[in-house]
Design a protein around this ligand. Structure first.
Ligand code: SF4
Length: 362
């Protein structure tokens, strides 16, 4: 057995026995040359947690507007008012998009928006209310911590008051976007106007206290270092230790096209390592998600043998990553997701937004 084999085995035994990996151990995992060995131990841990099951949901992404008062350097989605390509949906248009997805069996709406220069908080509340009133059986997962902070600023309400009002309107859970990399140096380079990393964590902590589950993410492959990534994962693990409110962690490879960040798209090895390392470091987060929209179908499928146990969902119409040049489809059929999971040697499980089993496609 090589020294590297011994280390990977030691890391697996450590997480399997409920111990956490340190910062230095996380760095060492990332630096390993043994990609398949790393994938194997992450897959072993994922299998211990979920017995070979991989989850997906029939869902619909809805992005009510791409007008945004923030213009983060890495964002290809946002537009200024009057700029070509800008749009804002009416409540009727949102309802229609939702209706078509419900007719196709959607159980979850994933709503993420730009920070519109003119919409007040009441309008964002109305979007949630409209979806919940018209489709009461569909789970509404809406608004990142960045949007929640914006609502607090424009309404003068506290974060808790904003979340309570959205909850009353029908909000069921929150997505995990806007985390990017949780440190000041990277944020000052990429998105200085954006919610600070401390505030991002505070908002999720408040949501969890109010009984609102959420996800967490990491945007990687831009100006950050491996050390920044591990530090980011440890911050998420610490909050999860306190609240237990994260359902899934979603590593998001940065797509540079049409952005103001001059880097190349990251590599397949980097994406697979990130999936595997996050599975081992975030031992207390139930699922690592292979977000096929950003990873691409192929890498997302391979990631199911590197520790990922969730494939997000049908999505229907993805706009944010496609504005940055993603070549994946805008949506996938349920049939396609089941095939991708089965061909990876895993058991496809259709779930609802809270991971209750809808159907095991054995
Ligand atoms: S990443 Fe979000 S906050 Fe930043 S510009 Fe894009 S839409 Fe706006």
């Amino acid at each position: 057995m090589t020294v590297e084999d011994k280390f990977l085995l030691y890391a697996l035994e450590k997480v399997e026995s409920g111990e956490t990996l340190s910062f230095e151990e996380g760095i060492r995992l990332y630096r390993t040359q043994d990609l398949l060995g790393l994938g194997h131990v992450a897959d072993k841990y994922a299998t211990k947690l979920h017995q070979g099951r991989v989850y997906f949901v029939v869902n619909r992404h809805i992005n009510p507007t791409n007008y945004c008062v923030n213009r983060c350097k890495f964002c290809a989605f946002s537009k200024s008012k009057g700029e070509k390509g800008g749009y804002e949906y009416t409540l009727r248009e949102i309802e229609e998009k939702a209706r078509r997805a419900v007719e196709d069996g959607a159980r979850e709406f994933h709503v993420v928006s730009g920070l519109h220069p003119d919409w007040d908080f009441g309008h964002y509340v109305e979007i949630v209310k409209k979806l919940k009133d018209k489709f009461p059986h569909v789970h509404v997962k809406a608004y990142t911590a960045v949007e929640i902070e914006h609502f607090s600023k424009i309404s003068g309400l506290s974060i808790e008051e904003v979340l309570n009002k959205l909850k009353e309107a029908g909000l069921d859970s929150m997505p995990g976007g806007g985390a990017e990399i949780l440190n000041d140096r990277v944020r000052s380079q990429l998105c200085p106007e954006k919610t600070s990393w401390k505030r991002w964590l505070e908002i999720h902590k408040t949501a969890h206290r109010l009984g609102i589950k959420s996800n967490c993410t990491m945007l990687f492959g831009h100006v950050e270092s491996i050390e920044d990534r591990i530090d980011h994962l440890l911050k998420l693990r610490e909050l999860q230790e306190e609240t237990g409110g994260f359902q899934a962690f979603i590593p998001l490879p940065f797509h540079p096209q049409n952005t103001n960040v001059n880097v190349n798209f990251t590599t397949g090895v980097d994406m697979l390592k990130t999936i595997a390392v996050s599975r081992l470091i975030l031992n207390n987060v139930p699922h690592i998600k292979a977000y096929w929209v950003m990873l691409g179908e192929g890498i997302a499928q391979v990631a199911l043998n590197f520790g990922a146990t969730d494939m997000e969902g049908t999505v229907y119409e993805e706009k944010i990553t496609h504005a940055a040049g993603a070549s994946s489809p805008q949506g996938l059929s349920k049939k396609r997701l089941i095939k991708l999971i089965k061909d990876a040697g895993k058991i496809p499980v259709e779930r609802d937004a809270l991971y209750n089993v809808v159907k095991v496609h054995a």
